[in-house]
Write a protein that binds this ligand. Structure first.
Ligand code: FDM
Ligand code: MG
Length: 218
């Protein structure tokens, strides 16, 4: 008797500085997978509606102060809170497209001067995405986009620093897409190629392993 393994969901993360077009592309990916009859949910970090997310939201809106380390740990805790749920969703065949993840966590906190390795350590062991789609945008371009500058981190000098920190995190998981042309369709075309590739890979290796992020291999 042939045992038919259920395909797990793909975990797709979108990263980039503020105003790089992440939420637009998350929506496009969502619609694309729906059309392909896939189960899919859109997630976002921070989850501003949760208990921890509310504290983060206040901080981002400059309504409260926190030390750099404390806010870093809150962002990280927000992800750990949902790690098991994320695993259950993926195992039950639901794809997740997620607007920001631990890479933002490290890039924004280390841009303030916190040690990069320390920043990574608090997210080490979380579920690893299957791909990090990085929307590469010149911070000066971002500044010209709508409603920039309302929140704590939306300042040109800081965003430039964040962008440099993101550069340090790029590895084989990353697909970097130049988004300076501000063309939603051509950006999505490049994303689509990557997603089709992942869907094919999953088709070929039905028991595609769920991996962990930033775990040291010895
Ligand atoms: N941010 C986001 C962090 O500093 N650390 C994190 O772990 C995450 C997920 O919070 F400025 C920052 C990035 C951004 C702000 O994100 C809120 P949105 O995507 O602009 O809501
Ligand atoms: Mg923002």
């Amino acid at each position: 008797m042939e045992i038919k393994l259920k395909k797990r969901g793909l975990f797709i993360v979108i990263e980039g500085i503020d105003r790089s077009g992440k939420s637009t592309q998350c929506q496009k990916i969502y619609e694309y997978l729906i059309k392909k009859n896939e189960k899919i949910e859109q997630w976002k970090y921070p989850d501003r509606n949760g208990d921890i997310g509310k504290l983060i939201d206040n901080y981002l809106k400059n309504q409260s102060e926190k030390s750099d380390q404390a806010i870093h740990l809150l962002f990280s805790a927000d992800r750990w809170e949902k790690n098991k749920l994320l695993q259950n969703k993926l195992e039950s065949g639901i794809n997740i497209v997620c607007d920001r993840y631990a890479f933002s966590g490290v890039a924004y906190s280390s841009a303030k001067g916190l040690d990069l390795e320390w920043c990574k350590s608090t997210d080490s062991g979380l579920i690893s995405p299957d791909v990090v789609i990085y929307l590469d945008l010149d911070p000066k371009e971002a500044q010209n986009r709508s409603s920039y500058g309302e929140e704590r981190y939306e300042k040109l000098t800081f965003q430039s620093q964040v962008s440099k920190q993101f550069d340090k995190l790029k590895d084989d998981l990353w697909k970097v897409i130049d988004s300076n042309n501000n063309n939603v369709e051509s950006t999505f075309k490049e994303i689509q190629i990557k997603i089709d590739e992942l869907l094919k890979k999953r088709e070929e290796e039905k028991d595609l392993e769920i991996k962990k992020l930033w775990i040291k291999k010895d």
